[in-house]
Write a protein that binds this ligand. Structure first.
Ligand code: FMN
Length: 166
């Protein structure tokens, strides 16, 4: 018998991850959402993958725009993470956010510890998510610590950045 959704979420919470904002562009429209399911996938060719819920707006924009940017958030960017995860702020996610436009057109957020610009290379269906494989066009790395997510809370690398116990 398969495990329940809650059991799965609880178990996955034990896996610490970085936090990214995955962005895309289709024509004049840009969008983005918070994504922790990101990893590098191949060195040669350089490929990265992100796992995107089929229902998310960003997911549809990546399919249409055939590109995505991955912005690996810095430790002080947890508010951006919340904004890009919240439906309440869906229409104002980029308001006041400094970003550059990558070669593909995807927004690359400034202040992130790293940015990747990807051209959509392949799409794989996996249950209620899509795995997007991107051919990396360019990468930029800045100094600073990354934001970490573990057991439903944002963390720093060495201590809980919120100052609370998990
Ligand atoms: C820490 C964190 C990690 C998340 N990781 C993912 C993820 O890997 N894939 C995904 O599809 N949604 C993920 N989400 C949820 C989306 O950010 C959220 O559903 C968002 O509102 C989708 O926005 P959109 O429909 O406007 O694209 C995550 C949310 C948080 C807070």
């Amino acid at each position: 018998m398969a495990i329940t959704e809650d059991e799965f979420k609880y178990c996955m919470g034990a896996w610490p991850s970085g936090v990214t904002i995955v962005t895309s562009r289709h024509g004049e429209k840009i969008h983005g959402m918070t994504v922790s399911d990101f990893t590098g996938a191949s060195l040669c060719p350089p490929l990265a993958v992100v796992m995107c819920n089929r229902d998310s707006i960003t997911t549809g924009m990546i399919a249409d725009g055939k590109c995505f940017g991955v912005n690996i958030l810095a430790a002080n960017q947890h508010e951006l993470s919340n904004r890009f995860a919240s439906k309440k702020f869906e229409h104002i996610r980029f308001e006041g956010v400094d970003y550059d436009t990558a070669e593909t057109g995807a927004p690359l957020i400034r202040g992130a510890v790293a940015n990747l610009d990807c051209r959509l290379d392949a799409t794989h269906e996996v249950g209620d998510h899509l795995i997007y494989v991107g051919l990396i066009q360019s990468a930029r790395v800045e100094s600073g610590d990354p934001l970490v997510y573990w057991k439903g809370r944002y963390r720093g690398l060495e201590a809980d950045s919120s100052g609370e116990e998990g």
